[in-house]
Design a protein around this ligand. Structure first.
Ligand code: NAD
Length: 370
């Protein structure tokens, strides 16, 4: 069964299709969006080696020429150098405005290829075929594209909505258990930020989702995409409600900055720990019942994700350094700390003017060093 979730953005509206076997139908699904019979498939070495032949065959059988542009896997590819290299290779293919880019991979490929699509010849169309759980439930939907710089993650980018998103649940079969868990952190995030009944469903069925049980996986991806689509349609450029999707990200980015944005702590793992910290901080501030924070933490820990600083590094994090990263976070306005905090399970809100001293004291109580 293919589920369709529309993203209601007027002239830029598009569908997210979710289901098994979509890769084999990709050519027929994408062809109506292609003006000149050609697409460039941007993918990373790992994904293309595993699934590229199926995608290429599907595109070619729909009459599309589909040259591949393969980039190295990993966050380091989402850089100015990676962008310049990709754009140069697209130019060498003589890709034109009537052609289309297919971003085939995880969030790294989606963010990089999406940003290239936003600026290549002043913008060309692109389609997302996300291949990680994280990319299927989060990064492929909503049009945020970006690269990193040495000063921070996702600092250079553009809003550029895809024309179509194809989330094939079968491709998740080759994803490592660790990457599945990292993506699952974003799934729990949707329950925590805005849907108590989805959170309760995840408490009962989270293990089945992680085990890639087809029905459970399909529901988890579809409900996550529905929530993201609804929020993006209401607030495309993050003037308000879309910021709630950053639950766990202010704490999480600080932890990622301290651990070097790499294998030591994956983005989803940082979001998991950040969400646990956000709930515990909310409880410590008297904003949210302690019981709710405990349930949030239990669900995250139950998925094998980190919820404590000590689980991330045996060396204590420096509280002042963490707070400094939070103050530099692009979500901090005018030096005040902005956090997504919770009033209850399923009820997140944007808290501006959060007292940096209170955050520091909380981090010390969590085991950070002075
Ligand atoms: P990723 O793209 O690096 O993929 C993780 C690893 O899994 C890579 O090594 C990749 O080669 C491999 N892989 C991908 N699909 C596979 C498959 N089906 N089978 C086997 N291996 C596979 O990481 P990610 O977690 O997908 O994405 C993280 C990125 O997403 C970060 O850069 C983050 O900033 C970005 N992000 C963007 C948004 C947004 O709204 N644009 C939202 C969240 C995260």
């Amino acid at each position: 069964m293919i589920r369709t979730v529309p993203v209601g953005l007027g002239a830029r509206a598009y569908d997210v299709l979710i289901g098994a076997g979509l890769l084999d139908a990709a050519g027929a699904r994408i062809a109506p969006f292609v003006k000149r019979g050609r697409v460039a498939v941007v993918s990373d070495e790992t994904v293309f080696a595993l699934h590229g032949a199926r995608l290429t065959a599907s595109l070619e059988s729909a009459g599309l020429a589909a040259p591949a542009v393969i980039v190295p896997p990993g966050e380091a590819t989402k850089s100015f150098e990676g962008l310049a290299d990709l754009c140069d290779r697209l130019l060498a293919l003589e890709l034109d405005r009537g052609d289309l880019i297919v971003a085939f991979g995880g969030g790294v490929v989606g963010d990089l290829a999406g940003f290239a699509a936003a600026i290549y010849k002043r913008g060309i169309d692109f389609v997302q075929i996300p291949t990680t759980l994280l990319a299927q439930v989060d990064s492929s939907v909503g049009g945020k594209t970006a690269i990193d710089t040495p000063r921070g993650k996702n600092l250079i980018g553009a809003f550029h909505q895809p024309r179509l998103v194809l989330a094939d649940l079968d491709v998740l079969g080759t994803l490592s258990a660790r990457e599945m868990r990292a993506g699952y952190a974003e799934v729990i995030k949707y329950g925590l930020l805005g849907d108590l009944s989805f959170f309760q469903w995840l408490e009962a069925h989270g293990a089945a989702v992680l085990a890639r049980e087809p029905q459970a996986l399909a529901h988890a991806v579809a409900r996550s995409v529905e929530m993201k689509a609804e929020i993006v349609a209401e607030d495309e450029k993050e003037a308000g409600r879309r910021a709630l999707l950053n639950l766990g990200h202010t704490f999480g980015h600080a932890l990622e900055a301290e651990t070097g944005y790499g294998e030591a702590l994956l983005h989803g793992e940082a979001v998991a720990a950040g969400s646990a910290l956000a709930f515990r901080f909310s409880a410590a501030q008297g904003l949210c019942p302690g019981q709710d924070a405990e349930r949030a933490v239990a669900a995250i820990a139950g998925a094998g994700l980190p919820t404590r600083l000590s689980e991330i590094s045996s060396q204590p994090f420096d509280a002042a350094r963490l707070v400094r990263h939070m103050a530099q976070d692009k979500k901090a306005e005018g030096g005040r700390l902005t956090f997504i905090l919770a009033r209850a399970l399923g009820e997140a809100f944007t808290a501006r003017d959060v007292d940096a001293v209170a955050v520091r004291e909380f981090l010390l109580a969590e085991g950070a060093s002075p």
